[in-house]
Design a protein around this ligand. Structure first.
Ligand SMILES: *Cc1c(COP(=O)(O)O)cnc(C)c1O
Length: 515
């Protein structure tokens, strides 16, 4: 055993270098078994972190912690990531609650009946928030999920099964189910359709309409349609699609199909900001709704919800009953084991904030978004999102084509990235003439003063770009594209799939960092 003392110390300074190096070697060897210096004095600090093969031997826990933490420090700062809807702030108290629940497996209803009950309380509160009819046995049913993607998969399966059962009962073929939706859908809808073999029927956006056209939507419905997806807050512009118009047209034309609302982002915004807007179970054709708890539900990533208007819309064949403590607990999920923390975090937010708390937060976010939108208009940008709570609290904008700038939205995004802001530039949904835009999602931790800092930096970037000539900007952008080492997303794509283009979004060009 060789201790710290054998590592060259100040005393060794001035001694012949060779002697110092000899000592260092001894120290290095001994370090393999013994770790007593600071993390940065250990041999691990002078080696690469293992990347391909699992190492043969252990490393001290302090070293593992520090090395991985340092590695992660090259990730962006979540607070400055204005690309994402996903929650980056929770109170200390709920962080404690969630940490204390890390070791609980949510699916183990028998062992953790309280956690299971907490999920049911959340489903009940969310169902009521969405105005589900509450008559006796017909009370809404629902489940927690890992996010809206899983929730949407489940809703699609339920619609498909219900459609299939009805078709089979009528002796009609069931081999060609389809679903009608906007071309601005989030990628999980494409996944759901392809994983579960449902034909996608798109209502395309146009150069000046970024939501579905209700008439066109309804006209695409046929006997093989399992349902229509209506988005409450599209990912691109945050606009609310007109669920009421679709609902009313279906009734007027006596068309027998159902609506699912993708309220991933809007489900916790609209009820507080525009309570009079009818988009939820108040509309009789709406049978299921999903919402991301980890977006405006204000919980860290890993929780979503899906609620059905009544049990009849969630066919029995899809539900698995697990008996715990004499009571049946039903399960309808794509996975089994998962942590209980996220569901507990959601329950905390619902009861800690209450409707008043959510209203105050969503009101502030809407005002901040309006302020940002107006300030950007003053800087000469064209606004593509709504104001006054008519859409999500986000600001989508683009350079005024009339201003004849020699740079595009991607150049602004690159400039802002250098000031640590992640503001994505992306190309709109197909059939919009490759419209480019930038988008800032206003989240809970994006205060008015942070908004002012962002505006200052946007002005600065405009100034810098105005001074650079076209060639310089191109060279600069090319350089960043080629050398994006830690933010280079392509690095994370296996070469076999690198040229995959089957996604709708992928086809239109770059949609970077918009989730
Ligand atoms: C974010 C989002 C999704 C996917 O939700 P996750 O919770 O990330 O799985 C689906 N639809 C819309 C409209 C979204 O904004």
């Amino acid at each position: 055993m060789v201790h710290l003392a054998s590592i060259p110390t100040n005393k060794d300074i001035g001694k012949p270098l060779v002697e110092g190096m000899e000592k260092l070697k001894v120290a290095e060897q001994s370090d393999q078994d013994q770790f007593t210096t600071s993390v940065y004095g250990s041999r691990f600090a002078s080696e690469d972190l293992p990347k391909h093969e699992m190492p043969e031997t252990e490393m001290p826990k302090e070293v593992a912690y520090r090395m991985i933490k340092d590695d992660l420090s090259l990730d962006g700062n979540p607070m400055l990531n204005l690309a994402s809807f996903v929650t980056t702030y929770m109170e200390k108290e709920v962080e404690d609650l969630m940490t204390e629940s890390f070791s609980k497996n949510f699916i183990d209803y028998e062992e953790y009946p309280q956690s299971a009950d907490i999920q049911n309380r959340c489903v009940s509160m969310i169902g009521r928030l969405f105005n589900a009819p509450l008559d006796g046995d017909m009370a809404p049913v629902g489940t927690s999920t890992v996010g809206s993607s899983e929730a949407i998969m489940l809703a699609v399966l339920a619609m498909k099964k219900k459609w299939k059962n009805a078709r089979q009962a009528a002796g009609k073929p069931t081999d060609r189910p389809n679903i009608v939706m906007s071309s601005a859908v989030q990628v999980c809808w494409e996944k759901a359709a392809r994983y579960f073999e449902v034909e996608e029927k798109y209502v395309y956006c146009t150069e000046n309409r970024y939501v579905i056209d209700p008439e066109e939507t309804v006209s695409l419905v046929d006997e093989n349609t399992i349902g229509i997806c209506v988005i409450l807050g599209t990912t691109y512009t945050g606009q609310y699609e007109d669920a009421k118009a679709v609902n009313d047209l279906l009734i007027k034309k006596n068309i027998d199909t159902v609506i699912h609302i993708d309220a991933a982002s809007g489900g916790f915004v609209a009820p507080f900001v525009v309570p009079e807007l009818e988009w939820d179970f108040r509309l009789e054709k709406v049978v299921s709704i999903n919402v991301s708890g980890h977006k405006y539900g204000l919980v860290y990533p890993g929780v979503g919800w899906v609620v059905w208007r009544a049990p009849e819309y969630l066919p029995k064949e899809l539900v698995f009953n697990i008996n715990y403590l004499g009571a049946d607990q039903s399960s309808f999920t794509l996975n089994f084991s998962k942590g209980a923390s996220q569901v507990i975090g959601q329950y905390y937010q619902l009861i800690r904030l209450g409707k008043h708390g959510y209203r105050a937060i969503m009101g502030n976010l809407t005002r901040t978004a309006d302020y940002l939108a107006e300030s950007l208009e003053q800087l000469g940008f064209v606004l593509m999102s709504e104001k006054n709570g008519k859409g999500l609290p986000l600001v989508a904008f683009r350079i005024d084509p009339k201003s004849n700038k020699h740079y595009d939205e991607f150049a602004i995004a690159h400039q802002l990235r250098q000031r640590s802001w992640v503001v994505p530039a992306y190309t709109m949904a197909p059939h919009t003439n490759d419209l480019k835009m930038l988008r800032v999602v206003v989240r809970e931790d994006f205060s008015k003063s942070r908004c002012d800092q962002l505006l200052d930096d946007i002005k600065l970037c405009q100034g810098v770009l105005d001074k650079m000539d076209k060639d310089e900007i191109k060279k600069h952008n090319d350089f960043i594209r080629l050398n994006q080492s830690h933010s280079g997303r392509r690095q994370n794509v296996h070469p076999h799939y690198r040229n995959e283009k089957h996604s709708l979004q992928g086809k239109t060009g770059k949609t970077h960092a918009a989730c």
